[in-house]
Design a protein around this ligand. Structure first.
Ligand code: FAD
Length: 358
């Protein structure tokens, strides 16, 4: 009998966790390693909307649509706590967002993903607590979207696996065709394959090959306790993204607040206050909205905005796994990458996202 392939997964965020899960299920000998820099983990700071509606690039849309399908396929194993298909409202209150809403609906419909422009009054019926300062020009509705609880998902994927807390600093080939990982304390280990799912930390790991350039931008969410359920679906307006986060809980996010961290060096307290004030203005009759958790994280994205996934052509056995929209993509990418590592069967949907495309 041949020994199982030894695979080391660096990074226990959602992408590493999903891949480790599928590798272990397929019989690999998996070691999960995480530097445990919790505040920097993108997964913990995520808005975690599971969606195919936000992409219009054909390759990315196809990938996201399939990733949403993957969630539906495995929902029964994840349980209600981990993912909810509530649908998403995208509310356009200015010409720019109107154009985006129409583009997304047209793209989603043409792919059969599902999307429609609703009569503007419909939002009032569906989300009765919501008040908008500016009347909407259009409300786009994407019934197949939803949201996930990233920590519940991570816990599910890591069940039965031990996470070793160490910081990897370098990966290099050995003479015998294996890979050597060096750690911050100078210790070293050898393995057959390495998956680099270290998110924003990936750029700090020394490699003998070049890797896809990464943009790391700040991201910020506020988890709240609320007197009543503010929304039943994911709602995106220019001012605020809001979604349910369990009973009498909501999650708040806004892209313009994320950008403030870059430009203004704003503080987490100021950003949270702004998001909370926006939420209080948009839900004036809903009673108290108080912060439960304020999370500032980072959003690692390959520079061309597309995931980088697969084996490096110049470093056999070394696999990249880096993506924005990682919550949406993780269950699918984890399964496809594990299959590829252990059987060498490559799914064509990943062709546009190979790490050596640059
Ligand atoms: C505000 C915000 C909103 C978002 N909204 C959405 C959304 O609505 N939908 C969606 O799909 N996605 C969303 N995302 C993106 C999504 O959260 C990320 O794509 C995803 O979490 C990335 O997961 P990851 O596993 O690659 O990285 P991470 O979660 O960052 O995990 C990487 C792990 O690697 C570890 N690590 C780092 N360096 C080393 C090292 N040298 N050695 C060992 N371990 C190391 C870290 O400790 C960390 O645990 C959002 C992100 C943010 C910040």
């Amino acid at each position: 009998m041949t020994a199982p392939t030894r695979v080391t997964v660096l990074g226990a965020g959602i992408l590493g966790a999903a891949t480790a899960h599928h590798l272990a299920r397929r019989g690999a000998h998996v070691t999960v390693i995480d530097a445990d820099t919790r505040n920097a983990r993108s997964t913990t700071a995520s808005f975690a909307c599971v969606n195919g509606s936000a992409k219009t690039d054909p390759g990315l849309s196809a990938l996201n649509d399939r990733a949403v399908e993957e969630y539906r396929r495995i929902t029964h194993t994840l349980g209600e706590a981990a993912v909810r298909f509530t649908g998403q409202h995208f509310v356009a209150t200015d010409p720019d967002s109107l154009r985006i809403a129409e583009q997304r609906v047209n793209a989603a419909r043409s792919r059969g993903y599902g999307g429609e422009i609703l009569p503007v009054d419909a939002l009032r019926e569906r989300e009765p607590h919501l008040r908008l300062d500016t009347p909407p020009l259009a409300v786009a509705w994407f019934p197949s979207d939803g949201w996930a609880d990233p920590e519940a998902l991570r816990a599910h994927f890591l069940t039965g696996l031990i996470t070793h807390h160490r910081k990897a600093t370098a990966i290099s080939p050995t003479r015998s065709g294996r890979l050597q990982i060096t750690f911050a304390d100078g210790d070293r280990t050898e393995t057959d394959r390495v998956v680099n799912a270290t998110g924003a930390g990936a750029a700090d790991i020394e490699l003998p090959v070049s890797r896809p350039p990464l943009h790391v931008t700040p991201g910020f969410v506020v988890a709240t306790d609320t007197a009543t359920d503010l929304v039943t679906t994911v709602v995106r307006t220019r001012q605020l993204g809001i979604r349910p986060d369990g009973s009498r809980r909501a999650l708040l996010h806004s892209h313009d607040i994320d950008r403030l961290f870059d430009h203004d060096q704003t503080t987490a307290e100021r950003a949270a206050e702004t998001l909370l004030n926006r939420a209080r203005r948009m839900f004036p009759d809903a009673g108290h909205i108080t912060p439960r958790r304020i999370t500032r994280g980072s959003r690692p994205t390959p520079a061309d905005g597309k995931p980088a996934i697969g084996e490096s052509a110049n470093l056999p056995g070394y696999y990249e796994l880096s993506a924005h929209s990682g919550i949406t993509l993780a269950p699918l990418l984890g399964r496809l990458l594990a299959t590829e590592i252990l059987t060498e069967s490559r799914d064509p949907i990943l062709s546009p996202f190979r790490p050596d495309r640059h």
